[in-house]
Design a protein around this ligand. Structure first.
Ligand code: FES
Length: 250
């Protein structure tokens, strides 16, 4: 297939960017979107031009690195799919495809399609953990947890921190991400010790990083490649309110 790419090129975080046009011929429909970008970069290097900088790591839908805004949607047109798992067959021969970085104040563009998502790391550092007093290994079945509770926690833990929720949100809110981090512990017995502090500290850090407020539009959940549910935002709101009513933390 033959395609035209309009790709956001930006030298560094200080410079202004713009869309550059590239034409690619004989692209296999079975290529992944990132493999198509590999072909583009090989072409650019052969011509002595700077390759397009983009993030990727696992290329298996696990790590959350492949943040591309494709034709106006995070990770492109196919639901529940990361950019690395998107294949060229979802596009048509002759298509023009627009590729941009995530757009959010808390995710500044570093170069081309690469954004700085360390704000997510700082949110997790603020409370996305449980403290465990180490000692001898405990029996895995010592604290029985009902299957439905395990699954609720695992559904939240499926978040790969890619940032698509922020990119999809008109307010650039990180509520779905924070809600997933809070939820995965809040429903488990192991997550109870720092439960109040966790919600308060992570929300405070989210605000400090410059993410917007949640207006419950739901685009985050629709565009999430791991289909993290809005129910977790409801739980975060309950956790946060409960923490504020009963503690003097933060
Ligand atoms: S490169 Fe790891 S999720 Fe896409």
């Amino acid at each position: 297939m033959n395609i035209t790419l309009k790709v956001w090129r930006q030298k560094n975080s200080q410079s202004q960017g713009n869309l550059m046009e590239y034409k690619l011929n004989d692209i296999s429909p079975d290529m992944s979107f990132l493999e198509m970008f590999d072909v583009l970069n090989e072409d650019l290097q052969k011509r002595g031009e700077e390759p397009v900088a983009f993030d990727h790591d696992c290329r298996e839908g696990i790590c959350g690195m492949c943040s591309m805004f494709i034709n106006g949607r995070p990770h492109g047109p196919q639901g529940y799919t990361t950019t690395c798992q998107l294949h060229m067959r979802v596009f048509n021969d002759g298509d023009t495809i627009y590729v941009e970085p995530w757009r959010a104040r808390a995710f500044p563009v570093l170069k081309d399609l690469v954004v700085d998502r360390s704000s997510f790391d700082r949110i997790v550092q603020a409370g996305g953990y449980i403290s465990v007093n180490t000692g001898s290994a405990r029996d895995a079945n010592e604290i029985p947890i009902p299957k439905e509770v395990q699954e609720e926690s695992m559904d939240a833990a499926a978040c790969i921190a890619c940032g698509a929720c922020v990119a999809a949100c008109k307010n650039a809110s990180a509520m779905l991400f924070v809600a997933a981090q809070v939820s995965k512990f809040a429903v488990l017995p192991q997550g109870q010790p720092e439960r109040q502090l966790r919600a308060e500290r992570m929300v405070a850090q989210m605000d400090a990083e410059g993410f917007g407020a949640c207006s419950f539009t739901g685009a985050c959940s629709v565009e999430c490649p791991k289909s993290i549910s809005l129910d977790h935002i409801a739980r975060l709101n309950r956790e946060y309110l409960g923490a504020k009513l009963t503690s003097n933390n933060v």
